[in-house]
Design a protein. Structure first.
Length: 320
């Protein structure tokens, strides 16, 4: 007979990831197992009313834990050192590490992607107790907006930017904490990532997440987007870098990738390319190295410049 998880064990399992999204670790006391009734396997089929009563009991316990988590998040945000708290309590690396750990620890029957979406709402709602996260989005409304909601949850304040360039200006001037932009926005400023090579409105902006972070649900649009913020992403343990590469005119994606590999970059993937005023530009994803490879020598190769314009956690896959 299949064993039934005790309520005490459920409380412990739910409590483990409570502090993973906080700006700094907060000790969480273990649940009082003595107050949680044991759900022992019944001798025979239970009446529906008894099953419903057990579900109600578990729901009440989960409610208490969620409010405990929200209170801890508020306390952590209040105690964060000035200048070190990231915009709107948003820590992309911690968020990614938490969702990865849930996928590893999950033994079912709930699928890991469903749990990740539940925790996305939990994280957003917990932060919202103390702060409001404002997210700008640019691109096709039926793509960019759903990408933002899937990643940040439904509790954020969303504002639409007319173009990717306008979105960058909004983030740089604090009209939005962060921005979500499609890789291909269908706009004249589609190669918005080249603006990250220089400060925007006097501030350095960086890509801090690649979207979607969770595997797309069946029937959902498969599109690539990025989160732009006025800070660098905190490490998640499995991260990529985003590079803006300048090359000679006529350079192909294959040639650019080979030249980057020759410099020492690994896991190179060209995401977008286009002509620039002086040659050819490429947006490239690469593995995050312990030490950055040397800069290219324009006099002896096809690459003129390789600049890091962001870094982010590797998105979850369907098998995680």
């Amino acid at each position: 007979m299949r064993s039934i998880l005790s309520a005490a064990a459920l409380l412990t399992a739910l409590a483990l990831p409570v502090s993973a999204q906080e700006p700094f670790p907060v000790p969480v006391p273990p649940p009082d197992a003595s107050s949680a009734p044991e759900l022992t396997p019944p001798a025979g089929p239970r009446p529906p009313a008894e099953i419903q009563g057990a579900i109600d009991t578990v729901d009440s316990q989960i409610l208490g834990l969620l409010n405990q988590r929200a209170a801890l998040t508020a306390e952590a945000l209040q105690r964060a050192e000035p200048g070190k708290a990231q915009a709107g309590g948003f820590q992309p690396g911690r968020r990614a590490a938490l969702l990865r750990r849930l996928a590893v620890d999950n033994r079912g029957p709930l699928p890991s992607t469903a749990l990740a979406r539940i925790w996305t709402e939990i994280i957003g709602a917990s932060i919202r107790v103390e702060q409001t996260l404002t997210v700008a989005f640019a691109g096709h409304e039926t793509i960019a907006a759903p990408l933002a909601v899937e990643y940040f949850g439904t509790g954020m304040t969303m504002v639409r930017a007319r173009t990717p360039d306008a979105l960058l200006e909004m983030v740089a001037t604090d009209q939005a904490h962060v921005g979500v932009v499609e890789l291909d926005s269908g706009d004249d400023s589609a190669r918005w990532w080249r603006r990250l090579l220089e400060p925007v409105g006097g501030r350095t902006l960086r890509v801090v997440a690649r979207l979607p972070f969770l595997p797309p649900a069946p029937g959902h649009v498969r599109a690539t987007g990025f989160v732009v913020a006025p800070f660098e992403a905190d490490p998640s343990g499995r991260d990529k870098l985003l590079l803006a590469v300048d090359a000679d005119s006529g350079t192909t994606a294959k040639a650019a990738g080979a030249a980057l590999s020759a410099l020492g970059w690994r896991g190179v993937s060209v995401l977008e390319q286009g002509d620039t005023d002086s040659g050819r530009g490429f947006l490239v994803e690469a593995d995050k190295p312990d030490t950055l490879p040397p800069a290219p020598d324009p006099a002896s190769g096809i690459l003129d410049r390789v600049a890091v314009v962001g870094g982010y956690a590797v998105p979850l896959t369907a098998v995680e």
